[in-house]
Design a protein around this ligand. Sequence first.
Ligand code: PA5
Length: 474
Amino acid sequence: MAGRTQGSKCLLKVDYNNLTAQAVGSAGLAPEELNDLKASASEALNDVLSRHKKGDLPFMDLPLDEATARSCQRLADRSRRKCRDVVVLGIGGSALGTAAIYTAVKPLNYHRLPEENRHWPRLSVADNIDPEGFQAVLENMDLEKTCFNVISKSGATAETMSQFMIIFDLLRRKLGPEEIVNHLVVTTDPKNGVLRKIVKAHNLVSFEVPPGVGGRFSVLTAVGLVPLAMAGVNIKELLAGALSAREDGLKSFSSNIAALIAGLNWYMTTKKGRASLVLMPYADSLAKVADWFGQLWNESLGKARKLDGQPANSGQTAIKAVGATDQHSQLQLYMEGPSDKTVMFLGTEKFRKKQPIPDIFSEYPELAYLGGRNLGELLEFERKGTARALAENGRPNLTLTMPEIRARTIGYLIQTLELATVISGSLYGIDPLDQPGVELGKKFTYGLMGRPGFDDFLDRYNKGNSANRKFILP
Ligand code: PA5
């Protein structure tokens, strides 16, 4: 099945031949199973579309929000003059989508180009709090020419807020309090949270995360659009691609790629025992798309309970692998280890660069076949060869193909996979928009850090740990 055509090109193609019983035997889908799957996925799609009509799923309409895109672009055009580096302070849904899109569409060597060849600031995403890692992000940056974008929907996440406090203090000490406003942009909830209070108290430039749009569905809001526009990503193109995916996402099952991806993976998980989904892009620029997808799929679908309160323990573990690199590390397991995975390849028909392989060593038959070809060609054949080899080993796989990797195709991919996630939620009967499971760990952290109101968790931590002392070595 192919998604929205652009001129003669389509923006995303799904080939699921290698998921059929004909290709992989009993691990695959027999014709009657395919019919069952289609009926269920079609029902789930209708459920999602009716919730969207009622206004329940605002992420689906983000590509229509031209006003936000315009104000993000205005900020980017202004900041471009004074700014050489943009640093995102955020985590999870406030970071991964931005990193994925930036890495996908900007040249991979952008950060290493000499300054005179960089026409837009470099973007770095500081999404962890390892002290060494955080300091490394800031190294080699001229503070006077750096803009920070702190992003937190809740305005409370400990990791992001601690980074924010470090940077706020650094700017105040090094550049002076009156300069903070020129180096800091905040993206947070329009009304709630301490970050919004600080915005008001210090008159900071700010953007809003629309209510009802959760972190991992927010990359097409100001969460992603501010830093991406500041780094020179064509957000108009990105949103145009997402808009095409939105339109296709509203279509019935037979021409709805998102519903197909959801249905296939749900069926493979729940009826065919494929508990994991390996997303395997064959392009370095798409590696972070797999990180973004991992969060989207895992955090959205891994749920203890169904909407009706019944036990669920639902989900399919998304795993990142990058071709061809991981053919030489993970693939052996996927070929011959536990038969519990589906592999979803992500490929492109065209690479941005050509790298010919010189026509030398023709006297050695072991190398002669490589000479005169190019690396992109080799990488594509590696993907196709691996898909075939998996199929021959009875390992189901499917392939998503983009015509090329640029803002429009990435916008299409992002919006399609977000919709596929929500349709999957409906298939599992769970709420894909919440994440109750990540809260408990946060509460223990608060207890350990001495946050008022969380003493109980410190006690529970100490009690729980003292019972296990004897199992620590040395
Ligand atoms: O997808 C999500 O909701 C989470 O990953 C959040 O984005 C993450 O926890 C960060 O939250 P916040 O933006 O509130 O700081």
